[in-house]
Ligand binder design. Structure first.
Ligand code: ADP
Ligand code: MG
Length: 254
């Protein structure tokens, strides 16, 4: 994707007129999206509660990004109903930072008003990047760049944050640190979140509820009511992991 396309896409998010909603939650009803002959989303239903973090798990190509783009307002459904909050932000796998802008400007991008810089500094501090405001994107590690992308998403205090495999390109240790950061941000920023991943461990680490996509719909849903310690290691964790792998058709038959 060229930078122009990327910018246009981000501007469309702000302009798109998906049905606005008062609450921060999400309602998706019987949504259909087809590309040519292929029905990618086939009467899909999904509800996300206020401030709930739902992880959408599914194999590559099953339609996860297609659903996220609809919720972001970057694309339109061919049928069904979508209700989302007015203030939304999306974080992609790649950080999509503008290389010719310093970190602070990358965060204020699209913000207006005299306090834009102050808000951006606060968002950068929230992702533990205070002091890096004047760095160029190319001077950042992959994890830092993705934290800038998170700050950019948080800075406008969105009611819904959509994350499309946000940590998939990071190494395992950095990914675990990002999971800690997401948990921390949830205590200070009150938004619903839909995080897309194909990583079962990431789903268990973060979700209030894991939903598994199959055949263009949401199949099984698994509420995750485990303590932080039990999410890291417990019998319940292993049972959930096996159930999720089975839903993905990857279970080991013994
Ligand atoms: P996932 O994010 O789960 O890997 P996607 O939502 O990106 O999957 O894609 C689901 C399917 O829809 C794929 O087969 C993909 O090729 C197809 N698809 C997605 N967007 C388009 C598009 N704009 N035009 C045609 N086909 C598309
Ligand atoms: Mg995708």
């Amino acid at each position: 994707m060229t930078t122009d396309e990327r910018l246009r896409e981000e501007q469309t998010i702000k302009a798109a007129a998906t049905n606005p909603r008062q609450q921060t939650g999400v309602l998706v009803e019987r949504v259909v999206r087809t590309f040519g002959e292929r029905t990618v989303l086939d009467h899909l239903d999904l509800v996300i509660d206020d401030e709930e973090l739902v992880v959408l798990l599914g194999p590559s190509g099953c339609g996860k990004s297609t659903l996220l783009r609809l919720l972001a307002g970057l694309d339109r459904p061919d049928g069904g109903r979508i209700e989302v909050p007015a203030k939304r932000a999306i974080v992609f796998q790649g950080d999509r930072l503008l290389p010719w802008q310093r970190v602070l400007r990358n965060v204020t991008l699209g913000l207006h008003g005299p306090d834009a810089d102050q808000k951006a500094r606060k968002a950068l501090a929230d992702v533990h990047l205070a002091g890096r405001e004047r760095a160029w994107p190319k001077q950042l590690s992959g994890g830092e760049a993705q934290r800038v992308a998170l700050a950019r998403a948080l800075v406008a205090e969105p009611e819904l944050i959509l994350l499309d495999e946000p940590f998939a390109a990071l190494d395992a240790i950095t990914r675990v640190r990002m999971h800690d950061l997401v948990r921390e941000l949830r205590r200070t920023h009150h938004a619903s979140m839909l995080l897309v991943t194909h990583d079962v461990d990431e789903a268990i680490a973060l979700a209030d509820r894991v939903v598994v996509m199959s055949n263009g719909r949401i199949g099984n849903a698994h509420p995750v009511q485990l303590s932080a310690a039990d999410r890291a290691a417990s019998v319940a964790r292993e049972e959930l992991r096996m159930a999720l792998l089975a839903d993905l058709g990857l279970a080991n038959p013994h």
